[in-house]
Structures are given as structure tokens and as C-alpha cells.
Design a protein. Structure first.
Length: 114
């Protein structure tokens, strides 16, 4: 999967916007506060999705063990890293949709997402 494909999936979520975040690209919810639901490294090698539920994170890691790894921030597990070279759009879209919902994506749109 290419960084351009990952960007297209993230920005395809309702209201999602892209903004810089330190040295990363961030994908955010709409609005003034614009909560981050995912980031991508400058080289486009990793997509980082902020999935809040431990069981959901573990399920993604178990489902795609060569492509999904735990993500730690400040010593705390906070999401998953997706190695884009090993990723497929068919499962990255629902993973991003979960991160979007977990971070406050409008619930009215849940039925339309993966």
C-alpha cells in the first residue's frame, strides 16, 4: 500500500482533514479542536492509528501480524503502527474508521464506515 492510498483512505472519512504535526502528517477530525485519529511518518513507511480499546488493538495486531504493531507514546500503548509496505487498503480502511470513531467521529456516520 502506498502513502497516497493511506492518505486517500484517511481523508475519505467524513470531515477528516490533514495537517502537519511536528515532523508527521496528521489526520484529524473536523472542527476547531481537530482531534488526531492517525498520523503518517515523513517517509510514508508507517501509518499510526490511535485506537483506544486494548482488545481492539490486540485484535488488529493478531489479524495482521506482519503489518500491524503496537504503538507507544510516552511509554503508554495508545494505538497501532501499520507498516504500509505490508498493508492492504481492504483492511486499512476499517482500521482507520475505528480510530476515527474512537477519537470522536460523529456517531451518525458509523453505519457508513467499515
Amino acid at each position: 500500500m502506498t502513502p497516497a492510498q493511506a492518505r486517500q483512505l484517511a481523508l475519505g472519512l467524513p470531515g477528516a482533514v490533514e495537517n502537519p504535526h511536528h515532523d508527521l502528517t496528521s489526520f484529524r477530525l473536523p472542527g476547531v479542536k481537530g482531534r488526531i485519529f492517525a498520523t503518517m511518518t515523513p517517509d510514508g513507511a508507517e501509518l499510526r492509528a490511535f485506537i483506544k480499546d486494548d482488545d481492539a488493538r490486540d485484535a488488529w495486531i493478531a489479524r495482521e501480524p506482519g503489518a500491524v504493531q503496537p504503538l507507544y507514546w510516552g511509554g503508554k500503548r495508545c494505538g497501532v503502527k501499520v507498516l504500509l509496505a505490508h498493508a492492504k487498503p481492504a483492511w486499512v480502511q476499517p482500521l482507520l474508521a475505528q480510530a476515527w470513531r474512537d477519537n470522536g467521529g460523529p456517531r451518525a456516520d458509523v453505519a457508513t464506515l467499515g
